[in-house]
Design a protein around this ligand. Structure first.
Ligand SMILES: [Fe+2]
Ligand SMILES: [Fe+2]
Length: 470
């Protein structure tokens, strides 16, 4: 059933803006065809126990009920005004925030919004086949929750494009539905969003590491002087927390299952679980891919975005100093075959400053996984984040070879050890071979531990996904 625009929950007074309505009315059927074509395959007619944001009030943003995904009410929400906001950093600090796009920042803002927007449909495309191999009903429901909310994030960004960027905004909105993850002629903009996610270990790693980049990008944009962008991304962050939970606890449950088998003297691989070394290799793959999303270590774009008040630091509003002038940031960069220290102006290191916060957060999650290992009785083995230089595709270390400890290797040395660093083709085949669907409520696959508790206070054996009635 096609939705009418009236059914779109929103707090942007959609019904009073005829021009915007017309633009969205034209875009909406294309969005729905895109969803049906490359959204979750095989589950469009199922009833899924989903959370829908129906208002921004505390009791409205997490309304739970059964819904078929194509009927999901993709809403448009901005965090409500909090009085008079002023720009909180950069050269225009203290001036009133912009409620419209300033001409001089139009191109930069459009680029920022399109780049963020492109990741939302991309991840839905990447994950479209996963439903067929779900480890449990609980996980299946969480996958679809993430998928529909990424769909809503696309709506949120498309609203900004349609509302504030006129004709080129509409063109950009159309192109967001035309690019395809992994396509050779029209790929998604960022690399990690063209990687295949065809097994659930990759999905959990993606939700843990790659979606977490999204949290930091959104948090930096939540400080933006362009008020509609700041308020849109603030609301998106409330949903993003669940995605990160799905990733972090998903990996944790894989670790737990592996640890329990090892502690019992069994070989996880023979018991249909993921061996410890493979979990480490998947971390080694997804962490650097996600680090790359923050951009180059030294970036004049990042400096410009900060100077002009478009993109702040993580929790900029809690920092003491907001100009970042006359300060430097110390980096280690490769030069003539050696790593040398370099001091760069702080503003030019803003990507790296944001990446620092991200890395701390990832380390916190790895510490938690290591606690799970220890609690199960596994000693002398811990999971690690690879060094930031390892396997990078962006920045001064890209094209060079480092091991996961950050040691510089020759291309030949790297090649000879690569199979111990990163998942091989056989590793991927093995992981895929574990992925048998488990759809009996309350049961989980052999390679993952039970979750701690259900969704929305429901029991673990709740029927989170119901097949269509015959
Ligand atoms: Fe998102
Ligand atoms: Fe997300």
């Amino acid at each position: 059933m096609a939705q009418s625009l009236e059914s779109i929950p929103n707090n942007v007074d959609l019904s009073s803006d005829r021009r915007l309505q017309r633009a969205l009315e034209q875009w909406q059927p294309n969005f729905l065809s895109w969803w049906k074509e490359v959204g979750p395959e095989g589950f469009q007619a199922h009833d899924i126990y989903l959370r829908t944001a129906i208002s921004v009030e505390a009791n409205g943003w997490a309304h739970f009920d059964y819904v078929k995904m194509p009927d999901y009410r993709w809403g448009i929400f901005l965090e409500p005004h909090d009085g008079e906001r002023t720009i909180g950093f950069g050269d225009a600090m203290g001036e009133k925030v912009w409620t419209d796009v300033p001409g001089e920042h139009r191109n930069a803002l459009r680029r920022i919004i399109v780049t963020q927007a492109d990741t939302e449909p991309a991840s839905v495309e990447q994950q479209r086949l996963l439903g067929k191999t779900c480890p449990s009903m609980y996980d299946l429901r969480n996958l679809f929750q993430v998928n529909v909310e990424e769909g809503r994030h696309l709506w949120a960004m498309v609203y900004l494009l349609h509302r504030f960027f006129g004709r080129d905004g509409r063109e950009e909105a159309d192109e967001l539905l035309q690019r395809r993850s992994g396509s050779s002629d029209k790929p998604r903009i960022l690399n990690a969003f063209n990687e295949p996610i065809d097994d659930w270990l990759s999905f959990f790693m993606f939700a843990m590491f790659t979606d977490r980049d999204g949290k930091y990008q959104l948090a930096a944009l939540a400080q933006s002087g362009f008020d509609p962008l700041a308020r849109t991304t603030r609301f998106m962050l409330t949903e993003e927390a669940h995605h990160l939970f799905v990733g972090e606890t998903g990996v944790d449950r894989v670790v737990q299952r592996c640890a329990e088998l090892m502690a019992a003297g069994k070989d996880p691989a023979r018991e249909g679980a993921v061996p410890f070394a493979l979990i480490q290799k998947y971390i080694n793959l997804w962490f650097p891919l996600s680090l790359d999303l923050f951009g180059g270590e030294v970036s004049s774009n990042a400096a410009d975005f900060f100077a002009s008040g478009l993109k702040g630091r993580f929790r900029e509003d809690t920092l003491e100093e907001h100009k970042a002038m006359g300060q430097t940031y110390r980096l280690e960069v490769p030069e003539n075959g050696k790593l040398v220290a370099q001091e760069v102006p702080l503003r030019n290191a803003m990507n790296e400053v944001l990446r620092d916060e991200y890395v701390k957060d990832c380390q916190r999650a790895v510490d938690r996984w290591n606690k799970t290992l220890a609690k199960a009785g596994v000693t002398g083995m811990t999971l690690k984040l690879p060094n930031r230089r390892f396997h990078r595709g962006v920045g001064p270390n890209s094209g060079l070879f480092f091991d996961p400890d950050g040691k510089w290797l020759s291309a030949a040395d790297y090649k000879s050890q690569e199979a111990t660093f990163l998942p091989t083709a056989e590793d991927r085949v093995f992981v895929r071979s574990l992925m048998h669907p488990v759809t009996e409520p309350g049961k989980v696959a052999s390679w993952i531990a039970q979750p701690n508790k259900g969704i929305d206070g429901k029991p673990l054996d709740f029927e989170y996904v119901k097949p269509p009635q015959a």
